[in-house]
Design a protein around this ligand. Structure first.
Ligand SMILES: C[S@@+](CC[C@H](N)C(=O)[O-])C[C@H]1O[C@@H](n2cnc3c(N)ncnc32)[C@H](O)[C@@H]1O
Ligand code: SF4
Length: 368
């Protein structure tokens, strides 16, 4: 039985040009019906969940754009968990919303900051201004949140190294417990790529140095670089707390999870499926008492093992090789060890900091 639950809340005020997530703009009138459908899906799948959850994650879309009554109803009805995270867009975080989240058991908020530079926020088509981000952060602190994460993006068209440096200054000044720093991914053929093509190519050449800057600045400021794109305040600077996100750690460690909502993925007992991304079909099926349409993805054992290696090596802790030896290319492991990219013991494998900087390419080389 799984101890990790993801719930997808797809609604957004506006679709940002770079976004490739399953989102639905507006539809205020349908938020309540969608939440009812989510709860019907939960009831249908309850047997897959452990009696006590470790983590619950409400992701989006913009969960905090959901009609407040519907969001309140959802949070009241969802099972309790040790770590309850909600993704929030800064412009949606009012004092009332922050208090409501806290009252309903949310203990971690992941704030979609992206940047503090007004010209870069404009390129990303973000609604929030830098001051909106700061106000949201203080509303959350005032409501009692002591576990706040920022999402930042780098490689934005028009960004310079000093812009990124200034973004890191602004983030560090607020001092969140956790930061996720992503390089901008722009899907070919989208409106965004069309508008910023040449500048995206220029930014692509800078990504490695941006990544280096992010790692250098955040680790020097006392954050633990515990996953390729994720940093948390080190335990010695956090009263001994382990501030790694337990929900995402479950993904990276290859644990089972159940996902509810449109487009949500679940991986349970060696099977993976994705719910239909169509809102009306999802709501209609569940209202009629049926499970939503799903796409099943075959997950043979060797694919599972490869995923374990790819995801496990993103972490700063040694990956146990028990049961994984047959998907590794032994000569490649030895070669990468000689190059100082991999540390190996009889039973474990870890990427060195240099190996982690090079990332997925090194891991792909290790696989047979
Ligand atoms: C599921 S998204 C939505 C969160 C929230 N709606 C927001 O926009 O702030 C979670 C995070 O993924 C990151 N993200 C979304 N699209 C991205 C892209 N194309 N490239 C890199 N990161 C992206 C952003 O940092 C975002 O905060
Ligand atoms: S608000 Fe977040 S989820 Fe919604 S479109 Fe923008 S990036 Fe995507």
């Amino acid at each position: 039985m799984t101890r990790h639950l993801y719930v997808h809340l797809p609604f957004c005020a506006h679709r940002c040009g770079y976004c490739d997530f399953v989102t639905v703009v507006g539809r205020r009138g349908q938020h309540g019906a969608y939440v009812d459908a989510l709860l019907a899906e939960l009831a249908a799948e309850r047997g897959l969940l452990a009696p006590r959850l470790e983590t619950l994650f409400l992701g989006g879309g913009t969960p905090t754009f959901t009609d407040p009554r519907a969001l309140e109803h959802l949070l009241e009805a969802l099972p309790a968990a040790d770590e309850v995270t909600v993704e929030a867009n800064p412009e949606t975080v009012t004092q009332d919303l922050a208090r409501m989240l806290r009252r309903l058991g949310v203990n971690r908020v992941s704030l979609g900051v992206q940047s503090f530079r007004p010209h870069l926020l404009a390129v990303l088509e973000r609604v929030a201004h830098p001051d909106t981000v700061r106000r949201a952060f203080y509303h959350l602190r005032d409501a009692g949140f002591d576990n706040i994460s920022f999402d930042l993006i780098y490689g934005i068209p028009g960004q310079s190294p000093s812009d990124l440096d200034a973004d890191l200054d602004d983030a560090l000044e607020l001092g969140p417990e956790h930061l996720s720093c992503y390089e901008l991914e722009a899907k070919p053929g989208t409106r965004f790529t069309h508008a910023h093509g040449a500048e995206l190519e220029h930014q692509a050449e800078e990504l490695e140095s941006y990544f280096g800057l992010v790692v250098e600045r955040l680790t020097s400021a006392g954050y633990r670089w515990y996953e390729t794109a994720n940093f948390c305040r080190a335990p010695e600077l956090a009263g001994g707390r382990d501030l790694r996100t337990r929900h995402n750690l479950a993904y990276w460690l290859g644990r089972d999870y159940l996902g509810l909502g449109i487009g949500a993925f679940s991986t349970i007992d060696g099977s993976r499926w994705q719910n239909t991304p169509r809102l009306s079909a999802y709501v209609a099926e569940l209202t009629a008492g049926r499970r939503p349409a799903r796409e099943l993805e075959p997950l043979p054992v060797d694919v599972q093992k490869r995923e374990r290696v790819m995801l496990g090596l993103r972490l700063d802790e040694p990956l146990s090789m028990d049961g994984l030896a047959d998907v590794l290319d032994r000569p490649a492991v030895q070669r990468l060890e000689r190059l100082g990219l991999v540390d190996r013991t009889d039973r474990t494998l870890t990427l060195t900091p240099r190996g982690r900087m090079l990332g997925g390419g090194v891991t792909a080389d290790l696989l047979a």
